[in-house]
Design a binder for this molecule. Structure first.
Ligand code: MSP
Length: 506
């Protein structure tokens, strides 16, 4: 059975991972966990992009041999993913033999078909973005400098003239436009599609795909003076990673490439054109998310304001960090990161709304039922758990569309509903006159908490596990959907577990 194949970009190993890298990877992990919970076979690929001028320069600045440098920095990404509870199925480094040999094969194939040819490149190059720019893309500013036209970058460009292999991108202009027209869900989210359509309609030029001035790269087959341009090399990772043709057919075509908006063009124009040239099916969609600023400013080396995920998790925990990133900024939009807004959401939504709720319910079961979990009552009257179940399909639809924020808003509406319900029913009064009705209310509340725990598992796996332990879920596999929760109850068994607050106030 074909797996749902989702990917993150391969991150450059020039520097330590920061919140931007964590963001894409957490989003991919959340989607993968959601799908796994639905019993969908999933393959999540991430990795590191290790060749090219940018890495060569960074290793020189660090005073380390480039292999050692990439080794160390690639490991930092893997360690961070482990720390952030990212469960990927494969991690690819572009310096691995499985990748290098297949990239050379692809290059040779394009040479043979005539889609790659030798020429001469004259123009500008941004090392930071590893991007070619033409004279008209980057006119000189008032000081006569040519700066990278990418507004997120604006670094000085290098003037380059060298012999180069080119990829016949121009040939794929019409086929690409046709593909976008016929597959309206290829360019996601829809509000970002226009930018790509305009770009392709304005005319595609052939692009350089090899460098002679950069030694740290994969040699062009049969012409080792040239190394393969880092983007041509890196994009291919999505198909070089599977080791065998069986593994390949299990995952390809990818269901979604999740990328930041600054590399959307590479993924929605260059990459599908490369695949067309190689005669391979195209991914089903490419999703571009927005960018974080920090306290209103762009993150940059000169400002020294890169947010280190470990500093945040050290204070707030891994789950709160994961939650905040996906709740604060709708996936696809831009947004701002600040400790102040993180603390506000932490205290209001995690400590108060959710943490307190779990505490209250566990406490009441402890107090009024001696800690024994309430079982199904005789009537099983219309209950909140049924109302919650009706929300399931909408939450699922949001998740499938990568609308993580929408899903969380809806889940928190349910959490709010539970808090109101407890206040209205006031079990602490009711227990004095009607213990049976109290038991029924508590049963409903516990069921609802089990549903909520299942919904938040993709976002906050540790919290979901703690909730399950507290509300007596001992089944394996843990019931994650409302239907599983409702089906899987054995009445009146088990005990709640009193535990410290899920989110101590900050
Ligand atoms: N190596 C290329 C990608 C090659 S994919 C075949 C690259 N690497 S990168 O290290 O610069 O990582 C880019 C990714 O980091 C972006 O696509 C985005 O996912 C993430 N982000 C980097 N800074 C970011 C923000 N400030 N905000 C949100 N995400 C950002 O490009």
């Amino acid at each position: 059975m074909k797996k749902y194949y989702l990917t993150t970009p391969l991150y450059y190993v020039n520097a330590a991972p920061h919140i931007g890298h964590a963001y894409t990877t957490i989003a991919a992990d959340v989607l993968a966990r959601f799908l796994r919970a639905k019993n969908r076979p999933v393959h999540l690929l991430t990795g590191t992009d290790e060749h090219g001028a940018k890495i060569e320069e960074a290793s020189r600045e660090a005073g380390l041999p480039v292999q050692e440098f990439t080794e160390r920095n690639s490991a930092a990404f893997r360690e961070l993913w482990q720390h952030l509870d990212i469960r990927y199925d494969d991690f690819i480094r572009t310096t691995e033999p499985r990748h290098e040999s297949r990239v050379q094969e692809c290059f040779a194939k394009l040479l043979k078909s005539g889609d790659a040819y030798k020429g001469r490149y004259r123009g500008y190059y941004c090392v930071s973005d590893e991007t070619y720019w033409t004279e008209t893309d980057a006119p000189p500013d008032e000081k006569g400098r040519r700066l990278c036209p990418n507004t997120e970058c604006r670094k000085p460009l290098q003037e380059v003239e060298e012999e180069s292999y080119f990829f016949k991108l121009s040939k794929y202009q019409e086929p690409l436009l046709k593909h976008y027209r016929e597959n309206p869900s290829f360019l996601l989210p829809p509000h970002r599609a226009n930018e790509i359509l305009r770009f392709v309609e304005s005319g595609l030029q052939d692009t350089a795909i090899s460098r002679t001035k950069v030694k740290w790269g994969i040699p062009v087959p049969g012409d080792p003076e040239h190394t393969i341009y880092v983007w041509f090399d890196a994009l291919l990772n999505y198909i070089t990673a599977p080791q065998s043709s069986e593994a390949f057919t299990e995952i390809w075509p990818a269901d979604v490439h999740i990328v930041g908006k600054e590399i959307y063009r590479f993924h929605s124009v260059t990459w599908p054109a490369m695949l067309m040239a190689l005669g391979l099916p195209l991914p089903k969609s490419v999703f571009a998310h927005g960018w974080w600023t920090v306290d209103g400013e762009k993150m940059s080396k000169s400002r020294g304001n890169f947010v280190d995920p470990r500093e945040i998790t050290g204070e707030f925990g891994v789950d709160a960090f994961r939650y905040f990133l996906l709740r604060e900024m709708p996936f696809g939009n831009d947004g701002n990161f600040s400790l102040d807004s993180l603390r506000k959401r932490y205290n209001a939504e995690l400590a108060n709304d959710l943490g307190n709720l779990v505490n209250r319910v566990v406490d009441m079961v402890d107090r009024y039922l001696g800690g024994a979990l309430p079982g199904r009552t005789k009537q099983d009257t219309p209950s909140l758990a049924k109302e919650f179940t009706a929300q399931g399909p909408t939450i699922d639809a949001h998740m499938e569309e990568l609308n993580f924020c929408g899903a969380l808003i809806l889940i928190w509406k349910c959490v709010g509903r539970l808090n109101i319900h407890i206040n209205e029913k006031a079990p602490w009064k009711l227990v004095k006159t009607d213990p049976e009705a109290t038991r029924e209310i508590l049963f409903d509340l516990v069921r609802c908490l089990r549903i909520v725990a299942g919904w938040i598992e993709p976002f906050m796996p540790q919290t979901a596990a703690k909730m399950h332990a507290q509300i007596g879920v001992r089944q394996f596999p843990v019931p994650l959907s409302p239907e599983q929760v409702l089906a899987g109850e054995s009445a009146g068994t088990g005990k709640i577990l009193k535990a410290p607050p899920l989110f101590p106030r900050k």
